[in-house]
Design a protein around this ligand. Structure first.
Ligand SMILES: C[S@@+](CC[C@H](N)C(=O)[O-])C[C@H]1O[C@@H](n2cnc3c(N)ncnc32)[C@H](O)[C@@H]1O
Ligand code: SF4
Ligand code: SF4
Length: 310
């Protein structure tokens, strides 16, 4: 069995938003923050794998975990060489004196790359990230000026859909004014095995003009790979996706999948050997995807990424 080198670990499924492109409400169970003793057990159970990069996010807003600073510290103590990435929606208050600010500030010591999720400008931002408020984001960015970033690279992650293409330039200016790192453009995906991108206007309804604009102006900022097929899927070989319950899923392209096992009941190595896991893995390896992968957004994005020259 291959080693796990990339992990996507969810430590809370609480969120303050209900974004139009996120399938969180369809897939989460009971709301919970992972207790620190369980986090310790989880890390202990995977620490024999040489994890090079980890994303502490999932179907929730990581910073809402009351002990997210300890979550980050414990991760780095277990995997000191691993690159730690976190995404945050910035919809909270970090003004001087607040406990929340202290926690946020402490997290910066451990996070290597922090994504500020900003999609759209003003009205389109409030529409797609409801009930987020544009003013709250601007206030957050203002207060962030006085936060010590340590060595953390703070970048902007922008989920592109057919209705917010025209706002990219303005958000890029906002990024520069706030001395943030690169603008990462992610063409919106659909993280649900039962929905095709072609059935959804926001993810498939780009005009030729919009695509040409994206290609000519933002080609270098667009993330992803157009040369991709199921046999290239790294999740089945080297990835790990876990939910706040400790459930193991295959990837973030199918967050609604039935879990293959639970890390608090079985070891990760046992879970990766179960038939259902091996079937998905073999399906990808043979380029004959199982039903788990039938609407994989990586595959569905290939034609558009090809057009965009990515
Ligand atoms: C699921 S969120 C969790 C972290 C946090 N709540 C946030 O929004 O930043 C992680 C990242 O995935 C992005 N994301 C959510 N739904 C997406 C989709 N359908 N396609 C592409 N990226 C998506 C978010 O914008 C965010 O940058
Ligand atoms: S994208 Fe992030 S902020 Fe938006 S609903 Fe999903 S988890 Fe919450
Ligand atoms: S849906 Fe299948 S092919 Fe797509 S990322 Fe997940 S495991 Fe890989």
């Amino acid at each position: 069995m291959d080693n796990i080198t990339y992990a996507y670990l969810e430590t809370t499924n609480y969120c303050n938003l209900d974004c139009s492109f996120c399938n969180r409400t369809d897939v989460i169970g009971e709301l919970q923050h992972m207790p620190l003793y369980k986090w310790e057990t989880l890390l202990d159970g995977i620490k024999h794998h040489p994890i090079e990069e980890a994303k502490l996010m999932g179907m929730g807003e990581p910073m809402l975990h009351p002990h997210f600073d300890h979550i980050c510290r414990m991760f780095k103590e277990t995997f000191p060489k691993s690159k730690l990435i976190v995404a945050t929606n910035c919809q909270y208050n970090i003004k001087e004196g607040l406990e929340f600010r202290k926690k946020f500030q402490e997290c910066m010591k451990y996070i290597d790359v922090l994504y500020f999720s900003i999609d759209g400008w003003d009205e389109s931002y409030e529409r797609d990230r409801a009930p987020a408020k544009w003013n709250k984001l601007i206030k957050f960015l203002k207060d962030f000026e006085t936060i010590n970033r340590y060595d953390c690279d703070v970048v902007v992650n922008y989920v592109v859909n057919a209705y917010n293409v025209d706002d990219i330039e303005k958000v890029d200016k906002l990024r520069q004014e706030n001395n943030l790192g690169m603008l990462r453009l992610n063409i919106a995906q659909i993280w649900d095995e039962n929905t095709k991108m072609s059935d959804d206007l926001a993810t498939s309804g780009y005009s030729r003009e919009q695509l040409d604009y994206l290609k000519d102006t933002w080609g270098d900022n667009i993330m992803g790979r157009s040369k991709w097929d199921f046999e290239d899927c790294f999740w089945v070989k080297n990835g790990l996706y876990t939910t706040v319950e400790g459930d193991v899923k295959m990837c973030c392209m199918n967050t609604g999948a039935k879990p293959f096992g639970n890390l608090f009941e079985n070891s990760i190595d046992e879970i990766r050997m179960v038939d259902s896991y091996q079937e998905v893995k073999k399906g990808c390896g043979d380029n004959k995807p199982t039903s788990h992968c039938k609407n994989c957004s990586y595959k569905e994005l290939v034609p558009i990424l090809e057009y965009l020259g990515v």
